[in-house]
Write a protein that binds this ligand. Sequence first.
Ligand code: ADP
Ligand code: ZN
Length: 222
Amino acid sequence: MKLLFLGSPGVGKGTYAQVMTKALNIPHISTGDLLRNETQKDTKLSKEIEETMNQGGLVSDKILLQLIKTRIKEEDCENGFILDGFPRTKNQAEELGKLTGITHVLNFKANDEVIIERLSGRIICKNCKTIFHKTGNKPKIENTCDKCGSELHQREDDKPESVKKRLKIYKEKTEPLITHYNDKGLLVEITINKPISEIREKVILEIKSYLEGKTDKIGEIK
Ligand code: ADP
Ligand code: ZN
């Protein structure tokens, strides 16, 4: 099962990918996380990547393709994967098509107010990158990661100026991919406006039953 998660920044796709990676037992490949790992290195390139990301811009296709190519060849991807954050442009989608086939594209949607709220309240673990939310998906202990105990923080690119730029780029460059995959008959829409803490089990159930071919659409999960 080779899944692709699409949706606006802040829609929650990283969170749903975290949930589904466990439920389906296939790896979660987040290009945002892969890139944030690159920025930990001390090279000129990693400084450039960091700067682009902090401003909310797109990192070059060449870098992304190299990262993805290497990652999907690893052994844990044998039975499939969840791609989160890639492709983000038409060119990336075409290049991905040359590397591997995709079996399902899940397009996540939420109301605009929900998206803004999710972005401004998101906090992530400095160490293992697990995503939490200040109100909707709180850690058990304030500002501390449930998984590894490290400190949580707001991402540099979740600050208002960068968020604006990310949303604009999403509309211009990434949104057209919805039509691209819909035309291929791979797309399903999933709307979620409720916090994950209230509907985690439902999300798993509905997505699984779709992937197993028991239903042919999902719609809003309430
Ligand atoms: P979000 O989906 O919430 O915007 P991500 O963690 O997926 O956050 O991505 C963070 C940043 O990483 C993006 O704003 C961009 O700078 C960079 N990035 C991630 N994936 C890609 C990609 N496929 N192409 C170009 N840049 C990317
Ligand atoms: Zn952690």
